[in-house]
Ligand binder design. Sequence first.
Ligand SMILES: [Zn+2]
Length: 94
Amino acid sequence: MAKNIFIEIAKVPFKINSGYRCPLHNKNVGGVSNSSHMNIPCNAADIATKDSSTRYKILEALYEVGFTRVGIGETFVHCDTDKLKSQRVCWTYY
Ligand SMILES: [Zn+2]
């Protein structure tokens, strides 16, 4: 059985700030025009990170389960499984 990424690996709650966005909402929040948040089915999420320790645990868990696309904002971590985009990348939003 697959491990629960929140409970068994990161051991911190994952508060999702953003999942699927319709094109208008994506535009309103300043998302890039080809944002993975607009994919159907959605394969992107922004996870709130309240401090550096939480950010580390979330990143560690994402890498452990195989995420290869991660973005780091000041208060969140983006992750997606968009196979049409570059893999093994970690970008910033600031
Ligand atoms: Zn995102």
